[in-house]
Design a protein around this ligand. Structure first.
Ligand code: RTP
Ligand code: MG
Length: 148
């Protein structure tokens, strides 16, 4: 079991796509253990995107994700990190495969609606940034083991 950090960026929230996108993860059989709508403090955005500091798109990216609320999720499942990245699709919506979130809903490379952790190490780092200790739900899978 892995837990990954996903958030819907301001463009997805503003376009009214929360339900459509969340529904894809739910239908896939993944389990939500955290969910919240929040404004992103600048220091959190900077810590989250530290690997991109200095790149040409960095300042615009920080301005974008701090501009209005994002919808944050902690999603659990077998191979959840890779499965969620597959559901999300390539960074640029023009290149993302049909059937993926970015491939179906967007045309932009920067305003691309959604973030997903790119490795288990990133997921652990990002979950600790976005959720407090004890904030994630505890789920006893023995109670619903007939569901994937
Ligand atoms: P993310 O981290 O948001 O899940 O997306 P990703 O792994 O597919 O892409 P990454 O390379 O980590 O880039 C992080 C975010 O920066 C914006 N970006 N803009 N204009 C550009 O060339 C450009 N490149 C990246 C996107 O919002 C991207 O998701
Ligand atoms: Mg990334």
């Amino acid at each position: 079991m892995e837990t990954t950090l996903i958030f819907l960026k301001p463009d997805a929230v503003q376009r009214g796509l929360i339900g459509s996108i969340v529904g894809r993860f739910e239908a896939k059989g993944l389990t939500f253990v955290g969910m919240k709508l929040m404004n992103v403090p600048k220091d959190l955005a900077e810590k989250h995107y530290a690997e991109h500091q200095g790149k040409p798109f960095y300042d615009g990216l920080i301005a974008f994700v701090t501009s209005s609320p994002v919808f944050v999720m902690a999603i659990r499942g077998v191979n959840a990190v890779a499965v969620c990245r597959t559901l999300i699709g390539a960074t640029n919506g023009q290149k993302a495969d049909p059937g993926t979130i970015r491939g179906d809903f967007g045309m932009s490379g920067g305003y691309n609606m959604i973030h997903g952790s790119d490795s288990l190490e990133s997921a652990e780092r990002e979950l600790a940034l976005w959720f407090d200790d004890g904030e994630l739900a505890t789920i006893d899978k023995t109670l619903d083991q007939w569901v994937y």
